[in-house]
Design a protein around this ligand. Structure first.
Ligand code: ZN
Length: 92
């Protein structure tokens, strides 16, 4: 799981990105929908570790390039580092 630029949880699966949609009361699964507008693909996960459960629907587009996803991963790492630095400074 990664965080979006706005700090929202995002899930990466086979180079497709999903945003957290809602929890299903019946099964306790978390439903994630594709971040691409009008795409009906969904995936479902179980538990706080977001273990893959099943998927539903098909993507109507190509997956994102590795390059783009790597860039987002890096920006997440940088952001986490920056937050850690701020926390450290507060303690001193
Ligand atoms: Zn999609």
């Amino acid at each position: 799981m990664i965080l979006s630029e706005k700090g929202k949880p995002l899930l990466l699966s086979e180079n497709y990105k999903f945003r957290q949609y809602r929890e299903l009361e019946t099964t306790g699964e978390m439903c994630w929908c594709c971040t691409v507008k009008n795409c009906v693909a969904r995936i479902y996960t179980i538990g706080s570790e977001y273990v893959f459960s099943r998927k539903g629907g098909d993507h109507k587009h190509q997956p994102q390039s590795d390059q783009l996803i790597n860039r987002q991963r890096i920006s997440n790492q940088v952001k986490r580092k920056a937050e850690a630095d701020i926390a450290e400074r507060r303690e001193n």
